[in-house]
Design a protein around this ligand. Structure first.
Ligand SMILES: [Zn+2]
Length: 134
């Protein structure tokens, strides 16, 4: 291997550990790669030349499959936390959004999640920025 050539090391050991953790948690390979900003092929390529990583990858995939099988579908939590877009989870998320809209339609103070309170200076800043355009 020639020093200074080739791509920079982005799939270092911490990234590998995080990738394996995501996979074992049930995250799909493509999604895990996207989260780490690496190519989907990178882990496969590493596994081809690193027997130890290949074994870890296979184990993580197995555990991920089990994790996905154990998921309870038809829940907003599964839709949100595991990005499951199966029909029951999507329906649950849609129903929750409809319910939230219905519940908050006539109540301007109702909040499912606390929202950040707009700071007065934000508006002022925007207007001063606009005012500076001359
Ligand atoms: Zn689902």
């Amino acid at each position: 291997m020639t020093a200074g050539r080739g791509r920079p090391v982005t799939f270092d050991e911490p990234a590998q550990a995080e990738f394996l953790r995501l996979l074992a948690d049930g995250t799909r390979i493509g999604e895990a790669a996207d989260k780490l900003g690496i190519s989907r092929r990178t882990p496969t390529q590493l596994a081809a030349r690193n027997r130890h990583f290949a074994q870890q990858l296979a184990d993580a995939k197995d555990r991920g499959r089990t994790a996905r099988d154990r998921r309870v579908h038809g829940l907003v939590a599964t839709y949100n936390n595991h990005a499951c877009r199966c029909r029951p989870c999507t329906a649950a998320a849609a129903a929750a959004r409809r319910g939230h809209r219905a519940a908050t339609r006539d109540d301007t103070t109702a909040q499912v999640h606390p929202l950040p309170v707009a700071q007065p200076h934000t508006a002022t800043t925007k207007f001063s920025v606009l005012a500076d355009v001359s």
